[in-house]
Design a protein around this ligand. Structure first.
Ligand code: PEP
Ligand code: MG
Length: 583
């Protein structure tokens, strides 16, 4: 029995979870074996043949592209082809599917591992070297399986997803969310899209763990305490029992959820909307369950996750129709697809860029690929004829971009013979925020995307834990920019929300209310927590307490200042509140 161990990293999403380590990102023997029914056998074998052909084609193309470059011996790619055509390999995978009734991924992994064992035990160096070739081929095939549309891997018992690289939204979407108790990852920042998704499902995350595969083995029991950024490997039973005992009482959680189905007012009667950010249609059910006053951000690009091609207008239309139907008469802000950065669909031939977050992204793509933009607009407008919705444009940098995009929107509405919905800008590029006053005359509403805005202002990648110390929302300059943006919108009488992750962090609630923010858009599970805080705050007192911001000039000083404000305005309510992952 191997000894218990602990490793620490960076807390990305707070909370705690216990489960068995399930690895993604390299060839390993999995402990969960996924079974299929007999009638699926033929389908799985056909799929096996398809992905073998696809892999061979890819290796051939790769060999062509590097032939002549002189830096790499392309003949090793022939070995991969050789394995893919090896009758012994093919025969064993087919036999495992047929006789053991395991699914394709399980069968490929079992057979590959069997080959790997035999190669490792062989006496000659030639066979020993085949081990890494086998790993490559196995992972290549499995990666295609996981690209299958909408396919998620299901588990029988609770798991902790262990990601050996930066974790991505697909890592979450391709696995059974209900069984995912936590995520442990080599890399990934607090406002990465994967972290946002994990937060919205209440899945605790610790990232920045070095040498994961040296300390954790597949199937190990893990206790992830993301509040302390610590992962306990093979924890003693007493620790797991204590975790179960210390879970916050269900009654308190249910009481908060029930209470905040209604709108929130500050103590002095100012209405503050708390809307929800959503990515998938089902998230709207969660938003409703947690008392959302509407949807402040639909991250519509999730429609493209795990897709082989751009979804048709009808398919996109039914996505919006379902969302609008579920949210009923409440308002819903649909953000046009924010493709690029860390959300690059497999089918769109994205150029490889040194700086994807500063490259061809969002509205920059939509204005160039107007065909895609128009399909999305038509889908939303046709679905939205009776809905209370608006359209928001991501990553707008210049007023001209906005005017060009607005012309496309009005053109599509005219052709369809429908009213142009209210249109607004997601302010997340510093230039646009600095020019907010000029935008205000043209737009119907504004939202601030603090996730990107902060990364561009601090020049610190939101996904990179190494520079996380610079990515600090309570940097005084950043807070001053936020307050001035809120003032600008107020001066022009245009509604403004904050939909970046900052708005959902209870530590910032009193501060943002003090700045005059009247619309939050946050992950669904945070809604009751933010509403509870709002109801304990006096709007006037918060404004007074935060009016001294101009005097601050260091993040440490600001942190102490925000703590004092929280103590004064919400007392010990903040400490007593449950975490989103407790719901
Ligand atoms: C943001 O940047 O704050 C935002 C809301 O957009 P996303 O996180 O999807 O980039
Ligand atoms: Mg953004």
């Amino acid at each position: 029995m191997r000894k218990e161990k602990r490793v620490t990293g960076l807390s990305i999403v707070p909370g705690k979870g216990v489960g068995k380590a399930y690895f993604v990102g390299r060839a390993t023997q999995q402990t969960s074996l996924v079974s299929i029914s007999r009638q699926d056998v033929g389908d799985q074998i056909m799929r096996f043949n398809e992905i073998r052909e696809r892999a061979k084609e890819e290796y051939r193309k790769y060999a062509e592209s590097i032939n002549g470059a002189g830096t790499f011996d392309a003949s090793i790619l022939n070995i991969y082809e050789h394995i893919l055509d090896d009758p012994a390999f093919i025969g064993q995978v087919v036999e495992t599917i047929t006789t053991k009734l395991f699914d394709l991924e399980t069968s490929i992994r079992l057979v590959s591992n069997d080959f790997i064992k035999r190669f490792s035990a062989a006496g000659t160096s030639y066979f020993k070297e085949r081990v890494s070739d086998m790993v490559e081929v196995c992972e290549k095939l499995v990666s295609y399986i996981n690209l299958d549309e909408g396919r998620t891997r299901t588990f029988l018992e609770p798991i902790v997803l262990v990601v050996l690289r930066t974790f991505t939204p697909s890592d979450i979407l391709r696995h059974d969310i209900d069984k995912m108790q936590a995520i442990v990852s080599a890399s990934g920042g607090k406002t990465s899209h994967a972290a946002i998704l994990a937060r919205s499902y209440g899945i605790p995350v610790v990232s920045g763990i070095r040498g994961i595969s040296e300390v954790i083995r597949p199937g190990d029991q893990l206790y992830v305490d993301a509040d302390r950024a610590t992962v306990f490997i093979r924890p003693p039973a007493s620790m797991v029992a204590r975790y179960e005992r210390e879970k916050p009482p269900r009654e308190e959680i249910n009481r908060l959820k029930k209470k905040w189905k209604r709108p929130a007012y500050t103590r002095d009667g100012i209405a503050i909307e708390v809307m929800s950010n959503v990515s998938l249609v089902n998230d709207v059910d969660t938003a409703n369950e947690f008392g959302a006053d509407g949807v402040g951000l639909v991250r519509s690009e999730y429609l493209l996750a795990n897709r082989k091609e751009f979804p048709s207008e009808d398919e996109q239309g039914s996505f919006y129709e379902s969302i609008f139907k579920k949210i009923g008469s409440k308002h819903c802000v649909v953000r046009m697809m924010d493709i690029g950065g860390d959300k690059t669909p497999d089918f769109l031939k994205m150029p490889s860029e040194f700086n994807p977050f500063m490259g061809w992204r969002a509205i920059r793509i939509l204005l160039e690929r107007q065909d895609l933009f128009e399909i999305q607009l038509r889908a939303a407008m046709r679905a939205g004829q009776k809905a209370n919705y608006s359209i928001m444009l991501p990553m707008v940098t210049t007023l001209q971009e906005w005017l060009d995009a607005k012309a496309v929107i009005s053109g599509v509405a005219k052709k369809l013979g429908v009213k142009t919905p209210p249109c607004g800008v997601l302010f997340e590029v510093p230039l646009a925020v600095l020019e907010m006053g000029s935008f205000m005359r043209e737009i119907d509403f504004a939202s601030i995307g603090t996730n990107d805005l902060l990364q561009y202002l601090s020049a610190a990648d939101r996904n990179n834990p190494k520079v996380n110390y610079l990515y600090n929302p309570i940097e005084p300059a950043f807070l001053k920019i936020l307050r001035s943006a809120i003032d600008t919108s107020k001066d022009h009488g245009k509604p403004l929300s904050i939909c970046g992750e900052m708005a959902g962090d209870p530590f910032h609630t009193a501060l943002l209310v003090g700045f005059g923010l009247k619309r939050f858009s946050v992950n669904p599970r945070t809604i009751p927590i933010i509403k509870e805080l709002i109801s304990t705050i006096s709007f006037a007192e918060a404004a007074e307490a935060t009016s001294h911001i101009e005097a601050l000039d260091s993040p440490d000083e600001t942190e102490r200042w925000v703590k004092r404000i929280n103590r004064r305005l919400v007392g010990d309510v903040l400490q007593k509140l449950p975490l989103p992952s407790d719901f």
